[in-house]
Write a protein that binds this ligand. Structure first.
Ligand SMILES: Cc1cc2nc3c(=O)[nH]c(=O)nc-3n(C[C@H](O)[C@H](O)[C@H](O)COP(=O)(O)OP(=O)(O)OC[C@H]3O[C@@H](n4cnc5c(N)ncnc54)[C@H](O)[C@@H]3O)c2cc1C
Length: 367
């Protein structure tokens, strides 16, 4: 027996769960198929950065849209997923890096993103715990961080309440399209059909696209993450650097979450792990930024799997081979912030046939 609906969604990360919610709110009959648990992959294990500054300019309209949703998450899904507006402080460690931060101010202005420079004197006055290596910073007051474990389950819960059928442990193993509708078969032998298929399968979205004749050069990306023992709370903003080789934030409980470099993964299992030498290097870089972290114990490290595109921006928009197929995958290590907005934008594309967000830079046939 085949179960039918209006829209089938493959993938229950932040993008898929948000799409299920927004489509259900628009009255669509939605079935979401997730291989494991919702938020079990990148969306649930990431660093938790809800950051707009520093993004590719093409992504900023989506990031702005998503930020608006982050701000009303409590109303939308019943939890704020611990979203805390701490601001994001991006640090320069040389004059060349400072010049990069200054240049980005214009980009931010074009997209109404609040952003201000913190100059050489002010940076050490306002953040006296920063090391001498830091020469300047740019501060995005609307940015912050959230708890990645909470977002996708909360979106899925709200989507269910709005009428969506969210199925976990439902791995899609076969896709077919007869010209009018898609039929998806799961490992358990179930069959689902709809005129619209939304491919939000993260790294594995590349294989879905390939199944419809539009293979893309996607690679697995596994950021290396670690967390320290709790310390007295003193680092308020989420910290990044030009070049991105280290980033860290402290949660109010006191633990410092830090990232930098890459672990390793086998996406076919799927399985990922951090590398001890990479963790140590990130810890060393973190200590240069914040000397008070010297000697602090790392209590856990981990990684995950995202899909990275050659130009570091995702694939978003309609298929170029198959009517009714839509893609949003390959977020290249920065799709957690975008997830809520992606769901809203994909719902507009599917229900209204259009969205105000410029999606041309994300076309699947750009490679
Ligand atoms: C360690 C790490 C740190 C990161 N830090 C940040 C950060 O600080 N800020 C930020 O903005 N972004 C960050 N990112 C990136 C961000 O997590 C991802 O870009 C985003 O979560 C991708 O969401 P998604 O919904 O596209 O994919 P995913 O969360 O990967 O969801 C896709 C889902 O599809 C499912 N799926 C795949 N194949 C099938 C199948 N055959 N059948 C059924 N289901 C299937 C998977 O099980 C998965 O749950 C980080 C990523 C990692 C890995």
């Amino acid at each position: 027996m085949t179960t039918t609906c209006d829209v089938l969604i493959q993938g229950g990360g932040g993008a898929g769960c948000s799409a299920a919610l927004h489509l259900a709110q628009r009255g669509m009959r939605v079935i979401l198929l997730e291989r494991g648990l919702v938020g079990g992959q990148a969306s649930g294990v990431n660093y938790g950065g809800v950051r707009q500054q520093g993004r590719n300019p093409a992504e900023l309209p989506i990031a702005r849209r998503s930020r608006e949703i982050w701000g009303r998450l409590g109303v939308l899904v019943g939890t704020d997923a611990e979203f805390t507006v701490t601001g994001h402080l991006k640090l320069a460690r040389s004059e060349a890096e400072e010049a990069e931060l200054i240049a980005y101010l214009d980009v931010a202005k074009q997209h109404d993103l609040p952003l201000r420079m913190v100059g050489r004197n002010a940076i050490h006055r306002d953040y006296p715990w920063l090391g001498p290596l830091v020469v300047a910073g740019s501060f995005a007051p609307e940015d912050g961080a959230a708890n990645p474990r909470l977002l996708s389950p909360a979106l899925a819960h709200a989507a269910r309440a709005a009428g969506a059928d969210i199925r976990e442990h439902a791995e899609v193993v076969a896709h077919a399209h007869d010209g009018a509708r898609f039929t998806l078969r799961t490992k358990a032998g179930e069959s689902f059909a709809a005129p619209v298929l939304l491919n939000v399968a993260g790294f594995w979205g590349g294989a879905v696209a390939a199944a419809f004749g539009e293979a893309v050069p996607i690679e697995p990306l596994s950021p290396n993450m670690a967390v320290t023992e709790p310390l007295p709370y003193f680092i308020e903003p989420n910290l990044g650097v030009v070049g991105g080789n280290v980033y860290l934030r402290q949660i109010p409980r006191g633990n410092v979450i830090l990232g930098g470099g890459h672990g390793e993964a086998d996406a076919s299992i799927p399985w990922s792990r951090p590398l001890p030498e990479v963790t140590m290097e990130a810890a060393q870089l973190a200590t240069q930024l914040v000397p008070a972290l010297a000697g602090v114990q790392i209590i856990r490290s981990w990684s995950g799997i995202d899909g990275r595109m050659p130009d570091r921006i995702p694939v978003i928009g309609p298929s170029r081979t198959t009517a009714g197929l839509f893609h949003a995958f390959g977020f290249s290590g920065h799709g957690f912030q975008l997830g809520p907005g992606i769901g809203a934008i994909m719902a507009e594309l599917i229900v209204d046939g259009r969205t105000d967000i410029p999606l041309d830079p994300f076309r699947i046939d750009r490679f």
